[in-house]
Design a protein around this ligand. Structure first.
Ligand code: XMP
Length: 506
């Protein structure tokens, strides 16, 4: 397996996914991870990610010397990318400084020395760079492998420690995958054994071993992750799993039907709880979205505990996936949002939590879903947040706001499906804003509601771009929303990418 150490780059997940695409298990850890924990992972190689800092910054993250010494003693291959390259240079007493020109975008580099990392590649390579600092003096004993016009030390190496100033993980580096492939198989001598079929079988076995004859419950929301986690777990423990569908009143249109369909088709034991009133009551007057998340998380788990007691369940299965785990686990990064299924959970939960998908990225989860025979319309649904429509309403969560949010999202989804673009998008939904604007209805002025559309393309939700949809399609959607929802007089479109805006508005 390969360890990716996250120094704060927006591409850390991308690096990890690329490694898995090449058939090797990868895990992300943070620079403060203890050496013992790293040793236990028994990595074949380590990748140091990029990051926003300069290595001389006061609070810049570093890899501690214990780890470096162990790497050198054991001769563990290392690949430092961008900031990772600067870290290598600093550790071995090179010199790093501000580059006169910030290199950003596609750049041509020349390979100066043939090496395993560039095996099979031409001398000139188009690579993607994004750096303000560069190495000014190469550490002793290192040799230059590649240079660009502005960066003489664009790639260098000492034994099995490799450094690239560019990002092989992004698609703009034409042969980035080949470089990673060479690192994994020629330098680290990894085996290609990251395979979803194996993962599925192993997970089913692990769940069976852990739960045995005891009972478990799962919150089935109808979304991709919980549906797949439920079916996977039921393969392991059959009727000892109860799927609990809590109708929070904050779900998408038709979500309940999806849940029933899955349960019937896969013979899941199934319990439906109508908790709408309870959620609306608790959320009355609350506008702060972190508050909403906490309240929903807390209510949810309390309902669960009660049902679990009735069922005598000792385990709670959750559909948490890898990016949520990493985003919540980073002590160096600011808390961006407390994810409902991780950070939002109250601390004193009575059930033991099992998260069978917590190692997987979304595309991997979908692959498992396919192998389990789950229908495409469920597997290919857009992701939906645990706290539901509540985080798509900037004001209070009440019946009216939820109705507008749910109906407008449904109209949007249907229109995008008709236009044949829905499944190419990462997410597309409506947001209900608290402000009102003037509209004209009949001959009268009316302060009406605003629905803002968030429609994004993304690979893994860590970054996202707003979708450049056809104007006529957007106009049709807007007209349909204002026609069918008389409260709404205005439809807006978020034209910001992530970063700086997140995908969910709240
Ligand atoms: P953001 O808004 O952080 O979203 O750009 C990234 C991905 O995570 C989903 N998301 C959530 N999922 N609970 C969840 O289970 C949450 O509180 C939550 N907030 C965001 C979001 O839909 C997107 O796919």
């Amino acid at each position: 397996m390969i360890i990716v150490i996250d120094f704060g780059s927006q591409y850390t997940h991308l690096i990890s996914r690329r490694v898995r695409e090449l058939g090797v298990k990868s895990e992300i850890i943070f620079p403060f991870t203890e050496l013992d924990a790293i040793k236990k992972m028994n990595p074949d190689g380590i990748i140091l990610s990029g990051g926003p800092n300069s290595v001389y910054d006061k609070d810049a993250p570093h890899l501690n010397n214990d780890i470096w010494n162990w790497i050198l003693e054991e001769d563990i291959p290392v690949l430092g990318l961008c900031y990772g390259l600067h870290l290598i240079a600093k550790r071995f007493n090179g010199e790093i400084g501000k580059s006169k020109r910030r290199e950003y975008g596609v750049t041509s580099v020349t390979i100066k020395k043939s090496d395993r990392i560039f095996e099979g590649l031409e001398k000139k390579q188009r690579v993607w760079m994004s750096h303000g600092d560069k190495v000014l003096k190469l550490p002793e004993n290192f040799e230059i492998l590649a240079s660009s016009e502005n960066c003489r030390f664009a790639s260098f190496r000492y034994k099995n420690i490799y450094a690239l100033q560019w990002h092989p993980e992004v698609v703009h580096t034409e042969n980035g995958m080949k470089m990673l492939n060479n690192f994994l198989f020629k330098i680290c001598r990894c085996e290609k054994d990251w395979d979803m079929e194996d993962f599925m079988k192993k997970t089913i076995g692990d769940i069976r071993k852990k739960i045995g004859d005891k009972k478990a419950i799962i919150a089935l929301s109808g979304g991709v992750d919980s549906s797949i986690a439920a079916v996977l777990t039921s393969r392991a423990i059959g009727k000892n799993l109860t799927a609990v569908f809590v109708d929070t009143g904050l779900l998408r249109k038709n979500e309940g039907e999806h849940v029933e369909k899955i349960c019937k088709e896969f013979k899941l034991k199934f319990l439906k709880i109508d908790a709408k009133d309870r959620f609306f009551e608790k959320l009355k007057g609350v506008k702060d979205t972190e508050m909403k998340r906490k309240i929903i998380g807390e209510e949810f788990i309390r309902i669960f505990e009660k049902e679990a007691k009735k069922e005598n369940a000792e385990f709670l299965i959750q559909g948490t996936i890898y990016p949520d785990v990493i985003e919540s686990g980073s002590k160096t990064a600011d808390t961006i949002k407390s994810h409902h299924n991780v950070g939002g959970l109250p601390e004193n939960v009575d059930l033991e939590i099992i998260e069978p998908l917590s190692y997987l990225y979304k595309d991997e989860v979908r692959e498992i879903g396919k192998k389990l025979g789950i229908p495409n319309e469920i597997i290919n649904q857009h992701p939906f947040p645990g706290p539901g429509l509540a985080v798509r309403i900037t004001g209070e969560v009440n019946e009216e706001n939820i109705k507008i949010c749910r109906e407008a999202s449904y109209i949007l989804e249907e229109e995008l499906k008709k236009a044949g673009v829905f499944y190419d998008l990462w997410q597309a939904f409506a947001v209900v804003l608290e402000d009102r604007v003037v509209g004209v209805v009949g001959d009268q002025r009316k302060y009406g509601r605003i629905v803002a559309l968030r429609i994004v393309e993304s690979k893994d939700a860590m970054t996202a771009n707003f979708a450049k949809l056809n104007w006529n399609l957007l106009e049709e959607i807007s007209t349909k929303i204002t026609n069918e929802l008389p409260e709404v007089v205005s439809v807006a479109y978020f034209i910001s990418n992530k970063p700086p805006q997140t995908i969910e508005p709240c």
